[in-house]
Design a binder for this molecule. Structure first.
Ligand code: ZN
Ligand code: ZN
Length: 137
């Protein structure tokens, strides 16, 4: 078993530790991820929620994503860093922002989602599959 994935916000008020390997890693170019990241896409690792330990109190904001499902963004009320997301329709998963990892080099994007919303200036790895929306299934 590999080392736990650890990370948190910029000021340290929110910390997480996750046992287990990511089940999905994606760059997402949907409009919500653009607004949240301030640039062309967000980068995410999704884990089973079972292995997640959380410390600190995040501010939360619910939004209906491009998929039509409610996602809850959790960010630090002090430093504003986006840290994780949860999904009403998928309570068993927990998604963290790649740059919130203590070692962001562990992020290995597998796919690009919502490429239909991508901008020409946001040029992502051309060797990974791109999906108009989410991958089927
Ligand atoms: Zn913070
Ligand atoms: Zn997105």
């Amino acid at each position: 078993m590999s080392e736990a994935y650890t990370g948190g916000c910029a000021c340290g008020a929110i910390r997480y530790e996750i046992d287990g390997e990511p089940i999905f890693m994606n760059d997402c170019q949907c409009r919500d991820c653009q607004r949240k990241s301030g640039t062309g896409h967000g980068s995410y690792l999704t884990f089973s929620r079972d292995g997640v330990k959380l410390e600190g109190e995040a501010a939360r904001w619910d939004i209906v994503g491009d998929s039509g499902n409610v996602k809850t963004r959790a960010f630090c009320p002090t430093c504003g860093s986006p840290v994780y997301m949860t999904f009403a329709a998928m309570p068993a998963v927990f998604t963290v922002h790649a740059a919130s990892l203590d070692d962001p080099g562990r992020y290995q994007p597998q796919v690009v989602t919502y490429a239909m919303r991508g901008h020409a200036w946001d040029h992502l790895d051309p060797t990974i599959p791109k999906f108009e929306k989410m991958p089927p299934g």
